[in-house]
Unconditional design. Sequence first.
Length: 76
Amino acid sequence: MPTKNPRINVVLDKSLYGMIRKIAQQEGISLSLTARELIKEALESYEDMALAQWAEQRDKTFDGKKSLTHQQVWGE
């Protein structure tokens, strides 16, 4: 049954292909699903690094004298 999901063709060197194949065999899943999950994990890590850099920049400009208190924000 054809899928409607977009596809990417990727050329891998033998060692990388072998590692992905080994993971797929250990997990009992297809090469395609293994590659997809590894790409998802890599993108999550990339996003985490970008958010950490953004937070670091914000932290450098933080001024506690100008910040709002919990009471001011939440009214509790």
